[in-house]
Design a protein around this ligand. Structure first.
Ligand code: HEM
Length: 179
C-alpha cells in the first residue's frame, strides 16, 4: 500500500482525535508511523493500524475503514483538486474512477495497486458498484463514495448486496443519491 494512504489515515485520525490520537495509535499498533507518500509499505501494516484503531474506538475494522474513506475525501479534494474538475455530482465523479482517477494515481505513485470497479444500474436506477480486490477494502470504497457525496452536497444510501468478507467472489454495493 502506498504511503499516501497512511498519510491520509494520519490526517484523518489527527482531525477527529487530535495529534495525540495518531501517537496513541502507532504506539498501540507497534509501528514507526513514519511513511513517505511515494513509499510502499506492507498491506498488513495498514490492516494492523485499522484493527488497532477499531479496538481503541470500540468499532469494527470495517466501520473504521468506512469512516477513514469518508474523512479522507476532503483531503483528497484539497490535494488532487484537478480530479474533481468537470464534475458537479458524486455519481459522475465516482464513475471516473477507472478511466481517470486511478490511472492518474498509478502515474503519480508507481506501484499503486488501485482496484477496478464494474458499474451498471439496477431497475430502480441505483448505481451497482462491483469490486474485487485481494485486499477486500469495499468499506473503504463505501466511505469514499460517502465522502464524494458530502463533497458535492448530496445525500446517499449505500446497500451492500454481497461481500468478499462473507465469501462472495466480489463485493457489490447499490448506491442511490437522494439529492
Ligand atoms: C481523488 C480521488 C481518489 C484518489 C486520489 C485515490 C487514490 C487511491 C490510492 C493512492 C490508493 C492506494 C493504492 C495503493 O496503495 O496501492 C487507492 C486505493 C483504493 N481506492 Fe482510490 N482514489 C480516489 C478515489 C476513489 C474512489 C471514488 C473510490 C471508490 C469508488 C476508490 C476506491 C479505492 C479502493 C477500494 C482502494 C483500495 C485498494 C484495493 O482495494 O486494492 N478510490 N486509491
Amino acid at each position: 500500500m502506498k504511503g499516501i494512504v497512511f498519510n491520509l489515515l494520519e490526517d484523518a485520525v489527527a482531525r477527529d482525535h487530535g495529534p495525540g490520537g495518531w501517537c496513541d495509535l502507532i504506539d498501540a499498533a507497534g509501528v514507526s508511523g513514519i511513511y513517505t507518500s511515494l513509499g510502499s509499505y506492507p498491506d498488513e501494516e495498514l490492516f494492523g493500524l485499522v484493527n488497532t484503531a477499531a479496538a481503541l474506538m470500540g468499532n469494527s475494522p470495517a466501520d473504521v475503514l468506512q469512516w477513514f474513506g469518508r474523512a479522507a475525501m476532503p483531503m483528497l479534494a484539497s490535494r488532487y483538486g484537478e480530479l474533481f474538475v468537470g464534475h458537479d455530482n458524486a455519481r459522475s465523479f465516482v464513475l471516473s474512477v477507472n478511466d481517470i482517477i486511478h490511472p492518474e494515481v498509478r502515474k503519480l505513485y508507481s506501484g499503486a495497486g488501485c482496484p477496478n470497479f464494474h458499474f451498471r444500474y439496477d431497475d430502480a436506477g441505483r448505481l451497482l458498484v462491483s469490486y474485487q480486490s485481494p485486499r477486500g477494502l469495499c468499506r473503504l470504497a463505501h466511505g469514499f463514495i460517502e465522502g464524494a457525496s458530502d463533497h458535492f452536497g448530496q445525500a446517499t444510501t449505500i446497500e451492500h448486496l454481497s461481500c468478499m468478507q462473507d465469501g462472495a467472489p466480489a463485493c457489490r454495493m447499490a448506491v442511490a443519491w437522494t439529492t
